[in-house]
Design a binder for this molecule. Sequence first.
Ligand code: NDP
Length: 330
Amino acid sequence: NREWHLLSRPVGWPKPEDFALVETEVPTPGDGQVLVRNTHLSVDPYMRGRMSAAKSYAAPYELGKVMQGGAVGEVLASNAEGISAGDHVLHFFGWREYAVMDAKHAVKVDPEAAPPSTYLGVLGMTGLTAYAGLLRTASFKEGDVVFVSGAAGAVGSQVGQIAKLKGASRVIGSAGSDEKVELLVDEYGFDAAFNYKNGPVSEQLRAAAPDGIDVYFDNVGGEHLEAAVGSLNLRGRIAICGMISVYNNTEPAPGPRNLARLIQTRGRIEGFLVGDHYDLQPQFVSEVVPWVASGALKYRETVVDGIENTLEAFLGVLRGDNTGKMIVKL
Ligand code: NDP
């Protein structure tokens, strides 16, 4: 069994020396436990936060110990009722090849109904993040003009498409390459998109949304957030999902300089955590599974092969190497 340990807390961009791929014995399941061979690992931006010691919503990774993350795998042995060898499960013991866990931490998934990796992405945590953040936190309603950043990523690509499917009057996305921008418009049906590296976000947003925006779904923070506040319409809503542009900062980033606009617009900015919205899961599944099955809701995955490449895959997410959900296939 190979597993990734955190050796030291990264300052700024994580460096390979902060991590080690360690060889250990394949663990043996005790009473009520299952042994799982992981087939797909999730690498996600929030993991950068867990590498730091700062108190946050998820506990810091412990130094010298295996890291955690979403994963799906096949049950090799089970000492628990309700789960048998051969079942496929979604769980939280990623960053390793084999995992032992109490059966209550393993959720059975059907690999026939959908590819296993989708339970980490479009049908899993990132899909629910898009759904809950847009519909609940941003109080999306038909006719809204919606702007989403990180729009070619796992969460952002679903936000834009769900908004379209639910009757947005205009959806605008931003992403970090011209290929991603093309994908947003040509394949995902965004009305407009721009490459934030090609010029000031505020100018590009104003050109793409001349009548302003009603909803901003923020995956990025920084310049994007200030631009969105600047384009916000009356009673506009901003859902703060993530701020990936600041995750490797060593100093606090400056805030938007134009927050006074929230007074005249009666605007609202609200952060959210997907973990608070699992009550929406049944509704999410009943609405999104048919959309994915019919092709109305499209998704991409960037798949990296091999446990030894997990760290690079994670760093790739921070760099923008991925289009859609970044997955490590073992
Ligand atoms: P993505 O698949 O969107 O991958 C991250 C993307 O961020 C990269 O592909 C890159 O795309 C973009 N990016 C990286 N650096 C910058 C930058 N400086 N400025 C602008 N874009 C940048 O990841 P996820 O979909 O998993 O997550 C998206 C966001 O949602 C993250 O901020 C994450 O932390 C947050 N999140 C929050 C949750 C919650 O409960 N609140 C749950 C899940 C995710 P590009 O090429 O376009 O730059």
